[in-house]
Write a protein that binds this ligand. Structure first.
Ligand code: FMN
Length: 355
């Protein structure tokens, strides 16, 4: 039974489908709707303060008593704060002029990795699941969460990362393929350009770890879910397909760009945050292809904030991040609940055809 397997039992869910955490897009309403529909909803708290994160958790708990996930980033804090690349300085100046942004902010760190204080707050609120992007937090924090009974997930973009996560306390592994929207979760040195597509990544990770494997990247309908299950995954994590649901709080520009995307017009870029992430291709991201070095992640978030804001305010998709995976062409406009209902029905159908 694909929908009563070890991942469902572990996470206490009916369908092995995780609504992906998406900073700037997910709302407590989306998370609760996903969990109430039998999937696992995920709050995206990577850029939240402790107070914001606690308020979001409270809001979710007021809308559902089902299991849900809270997500954080565990990136290495930045060391390189300088804009050393002349092309980057020139491009930023051009975009500022074009969008009438008077002055770009100084480069400061405004998005911080998961730390002991956030861990204390999370443990006090004890959601069923916490997920991490870019590895795992300090082992003491992992132990603290486990003592509270919180299950821990994290993304692997290679077999080596999956094995590392299994050895360092993860309870299930998200196998994130090249197709995925948003930031690639790679964290072990090997060159971030060397990302693998899901078709090869999923079975290789399945063969290398004993934990449940959750496929992520380019999955947007029941055919994709059935394919991931056939490759040995125990479940899926889906992001882009939820961006155009009614509970999504991202801009209409982002939603429209995804609805109009064919799927072969997404690209990886470091130009918004300093780390590789997949967006619908736009003029800003393409204009940065001549830049070799960006300040360390996540400093570009601060630098580009006024440019992104001005782009949205002028109703233009040209200079704002349009995070989306390669299956963007399959997006539909519907509610979170209806999307999960459709995904489950389509998966049954796809698996039945296969049998
Ligand atoms: C708009 C958007 C924002 C995202 N933000 C996050 C995030 O905050 N944390 C995280 O772990 N992953 C984030 N991701 C990546 C997803 O967790 C997941 O790996 C990805 O969406 C799967 O690929 P798909 O978009 O093709 O379904 C984001 C993805 C998108 C599309």
């Amino acid at each position: 039974m694909w929908n009563n397997n070890r991942l469902c039992k572990l996470l206490d869910i009916d369908h092995p489908i995780i609504q992906a955490p998406m900073a700037g897009t997910t709302s407590p309403e989306m998370v609760a709707a996903a969990s109430n529909a039998g999937a696992l909803g995920s709050l995206a708290s990577a850029f939240s303060t402790i107070e914001e994160c606690e308020a979001d958790i409270k809001a979710v708990k007021s809308l559902t008593n089902q299991a849900f996930n809270v997500n954080f980033f565990t990136h290495t804090p930045p060391e390189n704060f300088a804009i050393e690349d002349n092309n980057l300085a020139e491009n930023l100046a051009n975009w500022s002029e074009k969008l009438e942004v008077e002055q770009l902010p100084a480069i400061t760190e405004s998005n911080f990795p998961f730390d002991a204080k956030m861990c204390d707050a999370l443990c006090n609120n004890a959601p069923k699941v916490a997920s991490f992007h870019f590895g795992l937090p300090d082992q003491n924090l992992v132990r603290q969460m486990k003592e509270k009974g919180i299950l821990i997930l994290s993304s692997a973009t290679s077999v080596k990362e999956a094995v590392w996560l299994e050895e360092h306390g993860a309870d299930a592994i998200i196998a994130q393929g090249f197709e995925a929207g948003g930031h690639s979760g790679w964290f072990l040195p090997r060159g971030e350009d060397n990302l693998t597509g899901s078709m090869a990544l999923i079975p290789r990770i399945v063969d290398s770890v004993s934990l449940p494997v959750i496929a992520a990247g380019g999955i947007a309908d029941g055919r994709g879910i059935a394919a991931a299950l056939t490759l040995g995954a125990d479940g899926v994590q889906i992001g882009t397909a939820f961006v155009t649901t009614s509970e999504s709080v991202t801009s209409d520009i982002h939603k429209d760009a995804i609805m109009n995307a064919s799927g072969d017009d997404t690209m990886h870029t470091k130009a918004f945050s300093g780390r590789k992430a997949r967006t619908v291709s736009n003029a800003y991201a393409r204009s940065m292809s001549n830049v070799d070095t960006f300040p360390d992640f996540p400093l570009m978030n601060t630098v580009t904030a006024p440019i992104r804001k001005a782009s949205i305010e002028s109703n233009s998709p040209d200079a704002t991040a349009l995070w989306a995976g390669q299956a963007a062409g399959l997006n539909r406009r519907t509610s979170t609940e209806e999307l999960i209902f459709q995904l489950v029905n389509e998966t049954w159908h796809a698996l039945k055809i296969r049998n």
